[in-house]
Design a protein around this ligand. Structure first.
Ligand code: PLP
Length: 373
């Protein structure tokens, strides 16, 4: 049997990783500024994280959500403290798309309405509702296209209000910072307007922090730069440093009803020890602050070049937009300089490094970029 061939691959086979470094099967070392697509938060194979999962596996690896699992409450408690949402509750699932499905389902249950407002250039995942609120027709099948979704332009509060005023909108879903769409930031004013408008028209504000959350922007969640408190916050990626895990934070105004949400694997023991270890490491190593400092230094030190149009982003969620396709530059960074980077569209190099990236490693990247430009 062959693999279903849906991914474009670089010809690299990583076999080992530590911190922000990765080694391939030929022993070549790479600097990782991609973090496996914003997933590696506390660094690859952090010894504390590895020990936590290994130890748990020797005790109990899995049971269902029909029994008490104190590791889930431990995570809820720690996470509430770390992100400042101690009065919210936590529902645990397995991925980003599933978190957004659960958030939109909850918004619809809560309001009794069925339309969602999303934004142009959004990406929210590939499952049924999540892909329907994703602004990329190439990945929306006819089966997915029947959800009631309206796309507005980012930062256009008047357009959102006009839709909300129709009275049938269950929720508004927005990324803290648009990732796949090209590192586009909602303005602080726009996020504040969304909070006010959702309240006024009794719609649920859902902040997708799957890529921009968990410290990546230099605050725990990117929307916290705007000082707002959304009704639901969705998470995945960095939450467990690569162990599959997702979750949503739910405001106290939602009432839980037995059976309204559920999952087999969500909140399992191994994901929970991984997620608890991530928060312990983030706190101990001040990784949110580190992401801000190192990321801002990178942003300030991207060399001026006629090839570069703009640098956008916050913390360690950065996009370098070029005036030309970036494929040759990324290839040169990977195969000549041995640096992993990400991409958004054809003209943007996207940096999503582990939050533990050091200043020295940031400097290695800037020197390499100068040479390949
Ligand atoms: C903002 C955002 N939302 C949702 C998702 C989907 O997450 P997953 O691939 O875990 O389903 C992603 C993945 O890239 C994302 O960046």
């Amino acid at each position: 049997m062959e693999l279903f061939d849906v991914y474009s691959l670089f010809d690299v086979t990583p076999v080992k990783a530590l911190g922000c470094k990765v080694w391939d099967d030929k022993g070549q070392e790479y600097l990782d500024l991609y973090g496996g697509h914003a997933v590696i938060s506390v660094g690859h194979s952090h010894p504390y994280y590895v020990a936590a999962i290994t130890e748990q596996l020797g005790k109990i690896g899995f049971y269902s959500n029909s029994v008490v699992n104190p590791l889930q409450s431990e995570l809820a408690h720690k996470l509430g403290k770390a992100c400042g949402y101690e009065d919210y509750s936590l529902f645990l699932d397995n991925s980003g798309a599933e978190s957004n499905e659960n958030a939109m389902k909850l918004a619809s249950f809560h309001t009794g309405k069925d339309r969602i407002i999303a934004f142009r250039k959004s990406f929210h995942g590939r499952t049924s509702g999540a892909v329907a609120v994703t602004d990329n027709p190439k990945i929306v099948s006819p089966f997915n296209a029947n959800h009631k979704v309206t796309f507005c332009n980012l930062n256009d509060a008047a357009a959102v209000e006009a839709e909300l005023a129709k009275g049938d909108v269950a929720g508004v879903i927005i990324e803290g910072i648009q990732g796949c769409g090209g590192i586009n930031l909602p303005t602080e004013q726009f996020l504040q307007d969304l909070e006010r408008l959702c309240h006024q028209y009794e719609a649920v504000l859902i902040l997708d922090e799957i890529q921009s959350g968990y410290g990546r922007s230099g605050k725990f969640f990117a929307h916290q730069w705007a000082g707002i408190r959304p009704d639901i916050i969705t998470m995945a990626k960095g939450i467990a440093n690569g162990f599959p895990c997702g979750g949503i934070l739910i405001s106290p105004k939602f009432e839980a009803v037995k059976g309204m949400l559920g999952t087999t694997f969500g909140g399992n023991y191994l994901a929970m020890v991984a997620a608890n270890a991530v928060l312990d490491i983030m706190e101990k190593e001040n990784l949110v602050e580190n992401a801000l400092q190192v990321g801002e230094w990178i942003k300030a030190n991207i060399p001026a070049s006629p090839k570069i149009k703009e640098v956008r982003g916050r913390g360690l969620m950065l996009g370098i937009e070029f005036n030309e396709p970036v494929a040759p530059i990324r290839k040169a960074l990977l195969f000549d300089k041995h640096i992993f980077t990400g991409v958004a569209g054809t003209n943007m190099v996207r940096l999503l490094a582990p939050l533990c990236l050091t200043m020295e490693q940031a400097k290695v990247f800037i020197d390499a970029l100068k040479e390949v430009l």
